[in-house]
Design a protein around this ligand. Structure first.
Ligand SMILES: Nc1ncnc2c1ncn2[C@@H]1O[C@H](COP(=O)(O)OP(=O)(O)OP(=O)(O)O)[C@@H](O)[C@H]1O
Ligand SMILES: [Mg+2]
Length: 236
């Protein structure tokens, strides 16, 4: 589905990504872990065409998207839920959801059905549909950011640090929902996380980034019991 081959990217003269290669199969959950400044968000931004790639290829469904404009990449079916969420704080929950749908033509009844489907993923959004998004709790804002991304019927969902700042019980709820979306919609998902444990527990494969490079990659089942990963990322 997505195949990244040896990309480099720079901020000015500073190299931020070094020869990154990565693959995401159809229906797969892939995680990317690594500490602050490893280059995880930078990689997302390259996939979305926000930061240019200087070398290498990003193939999405066998087409090179590495020099495509962001809005065309979005239209081709990749949705990024950014770190920091970026919902519209002065709009209601429902309006935020409808905004996510702007690229898809839907009749009134289709829209209603879609919104109902989203409320079923995160029922507490239904209770808060008329509330200003800015007044939601951090966890609720994250849920809203996810459903807003889903409103455009993506083919590939990328989520940047969904667990950031959330209580453990909400983190579990959000990640359970990723697993459910992946199963029910057969949607491939890339999860970028500093919470290595949760990322490894829901993904089939994982890439570990350090200093702009992929240091380790492999099946999540193997990495979660590997000494190197336990020592560096799972708190001993
Ligand atoms: N707009 C920018 N201009 C210059 N340097 C940047 C810019 N954005 C990020 N960087 C640098 O690139 C490196 C990688 O940053 P990036 O945001 O990709 O890390 P990250 O893995 O997402 O970290 P975190 O887990 O803290 O979000 C860091 O050294 C960062 O300071
Ligand atoms: Mg980041």
């Amino acid at each position: 589905m997505l195949k990244i081959k040896g990309i480099d990217a720079y901020y000015g003269n500073v190299q931020a990504l070094k020869n990154i290669s990565l693959e995401v199969g159809p229906q797969e959950i892939v995680s990317i872990i690594g500490s602050n400044g490893a280059g995880k968000t930078t990689l997302m931004n390259c996939i979305m065409g926000i930061l240019p790639v200087r070398k290498g290829e990003i193939l999405y469904k066998d087409r090179d998207i590495s020099s495509m404009k962001t809005h065309l990449i979005m239209r081709s079916g990749i949705v990024q839920i950014p770190e920091g969420r970026e919902i519209f704080p002065n709009m209601t929950v429902l309006d935020n959801m409808e905004m996510g749908s702007y690229s898809v033509k839907r009749s009134k009844s289709e829209m209603k059905a879609k919104i109902g489907e989203m409320y079923d993923l995160f029922p507490r959004l239904r209770e808060r549909k008329s509330q200003k998004a800015g007044s939601l709790s951090g966890g609720e804002q994250q849920m809203l950011a996810i459903v807003r991304g889903l409103m455009s019927d993506p083919e590939l969902l990328m989520c940047d640090e969904p667990s950031l700042g959330l209580a453990p019980v909400i983190v579990d709820e959000v990640f359970d929902t990723f697993v459910r979306i992946n199963k029910e919609k057969k949607m491939p998902i890339i999860v970028v996380e500093q919470n290595a444990y949760i990322a490894l527990s829901i993904s089939s494969r994982c890439y570990v980034m350090e200093n702009g490079s992929i240091r380790i990659s492999g099946s999540s089942d193997e990495l979660i019991v590997s000494d190197a990963i336990i020592k560096a990322y799972l708190g001993g």
